[in-house]
Design a protein around this ligand. Structure first.
Ligand SMILES: N[C@@H](CCC(=O)N[C@@H](CS)C(=O)NCC(=O)O)C(=O)O
Length: 210
């Protein structure tokens, strides 16, 4: 049995955040595929595991009691504490990391994942609601690009879980309809993340949810 199980699927950037962290930390982990596109997260069994009906869900098999945790931000914080990697060194860094994880969950990932789902997976390009959400995603990419201009990493002088959270959907430029040439600081930052030892693409870490 692996030390960590991750309920996840390869099309899920939120799952990817946790999977990438596990991989970069050299964890003993295995993906447990969620057939999201067949409605698996809506089943009673899955809601028993996670009342929110979302992937990812991390299970840490520990002596005595297993930990079951959802929400990629909470999972990243837990894993960074557990492995002593990609975390903060000062209180200011801790708050800066949290600030960017909250921005990611509220603005960057939420709009990017939703416009990708509607426009790429559901073919709703041109639909006013989808275009509105796409505009909001682009606004969040602009914020990230401005922040990263003149700096290498989001929240510290090295990669942290803030970077791993924000990049969750950004290695699919065609699917999210982004031309990173328009956002050069984001493009350079994605290349820095790609160069981290152990980096792997979502499809290399997790099975498809189709
Ligand atoms: N804020 C959550 C978002 C998780 C999320 O929305 N996961 C998607 C897959 S990427 C999901 O399972 N959605 C199911 C649903 O919304 O019904 C996180 O960061 O883990």
């Amino acid at each position: 049995m692996s030390e960590f199980d991750l309920h996840c699927f390869s099309e899920s950037g939120n799952s990817y955040k946790a999977a990438l962290m596990l991989e970069l930390c050299g964890a003993d982990w295995q993906p447990l595929g969620v057939k999201f596109f067949k409605g698996a997260t809506r089943s009673a069994e899955y809601r028993e595991l996670n009342v929110m009906g979302e992937a990812p869900v991390l299970i840490h098999h520990r002596e005595g009691s297993d930990l079951i945790l959802s929400q990629s931000g909470a999972i990243l914080i837990y894993l960074s504490r557990h492995f002593g990697k990609f975390g903060h060194r000062t209180e200011a860094e801790e708050l800066e990391i949290l600030r960017w994880i909250l921005f990611d969950n509220h603005k960057l990932t939420s709009y990017t994942a939703t416009e990708r789902f509607m426009r790429h997976f559901r073919g709703k390009k041109g639909d006013p609601a989808a275009e509105f959400i796409y505009g909001r995603a682009r606004d969040a990419w602009k914020v990230l690009n401005t922040h990263l201009s003149g700096r290498e990493w989001v929240a510290a002088d090295r990669a942290t879980i803030a970077d791993l959270s924000l990049c969750g959907y950004l290695f699919w430029p065609e699917q999210v309809d982004a031309d990173w040439n328009e956002f050069p600081a984001v493009a350079a930052w994605l290349e820095r993340i790609r160069a981290l030892p152990g980096w792997a693409a979502p499809e290399d870490l997790m099975p498809s949810g189709m």
